[in-house]
Design a protein around this ligand. Structure first.
Ligand SMILES: Nc1ncnc2c1ncn2[C@@H]1O[C@H](COP(=O)(O)OP(=O)(O)OP(=O)(O)O)[C@@H](O)[C@H]1O
Length: 234
């Protein structure tokens, strides 16, 4: 397995404001990284910086050996970054099926495989995006990122605001992706107990800096760190 993503000494933010300070992390091909931290610690800013929609002041981002620093969000997407933003961004005026087929690119993932993973979406195939529940929208957003056949999937708080039963269904799909498909992913989560069991590595941010970087299993075994950095003892 080779290194897929390499982030080195990254400073980034919005305009003149620097939110991320000296962030370094890397992911091997096939690994899933849980990105944790309390509210406002810079998790979304890091995802947005990888995608290319913030201002990068310093450092480097390399995906499969290609330096992304100067590439546009569109070029990064074409280069293998699949992004599911916090606000989901599905096409509300297209059907579920159209949402998937409009962006699909040849590869492992196609709309049929998304329907197998999320049967609920198959039942809603002809519904408009605007008619979906929050959980269905999230599944569609994940599906839409997958049919682009990315090498790195970025999920920003996929479980936020969803009912527990839907969270379970969504995470079953995410677990399938991270465990069986050889895809690499970074998943932002507020709840470590949901995400650590299906992740390989864990990074915790605090005030824009990496304050913990280990295997997911190690972090699970350190309740005092979870408590101190995240306010949870699990
Ligand atoms: N568009 C923006 N312009 C200026 N500052 C911003 C912008 N978005 C976020 N920030 C600031 O950047 C800091 C980090 O926010 P960010 O959204 O990255 O945190 P987060 O860890 O993802 O939090 P949450 O869990 O609440 O989503 C915060 O201080 C926030 O106020």
């Amino acid at each position: 397995m080779g290194k897929l993503l390499d982030v080195e000494n990254l400073d980034a933010g919005y305009g003149e404001a620097v939110v991320l300070r000296d962030v370094s992390l890397s992911i091997e091909a096939g690994e899933t990284l849980a990105l944790l931290g309390r509210n406002g610690t810079g998790k979304t800013t890091l995802i947005n910086t990888l995608v290319g929609v913030t201002r990068q002041h310093k450092g480097s981002i390399t995906l499969s050996g290609t330096l992304l620093n100067k590439l546009s969000p569109h070029e990064r997407a074409a280069g293998g970054i699949g992004w599911v933003p916090q606000e989901r961004n599905i096409f509300k005026s297209l059907t579920v099926h159209e949402n998937l087929t409009a962006v699909a690119r040849p590869g492992n993932w196609n709309p049929e495989r998304i329907y197998e993973m999320f049967p609920r979406l198959a039942e809603r195939k002809t519904n408009m995006g605007s008619q979906l529940s929050g959980g269905e929208q999230q599944m569609l957003a994940v599906g839409r990122a997958l049919v682009l056949n990315p090498s790195l999937l970025l999920l920003d708080e996929p479980t936020e605001g969803l009912a527990p039963i839907i969270v379970e269904e969504l995470l079953r799909g995410v677990r399938h992706i991270t465990r069986n498909e050889g895809l690499s992913a970074i998943i932002v989560e507020q709840h470590p107990h949901l995400i650590l069991p299906i992740s390989d590595r864990a990074v915790v941010l605090d005030r824009g800096a990496v304050v913990h970087n280990s295997t997911a299993q190690e972090l699970r075994g350190q309740p005092e760190i979870l408590d101190r950095l995240l306010g949870v003892a699990r």
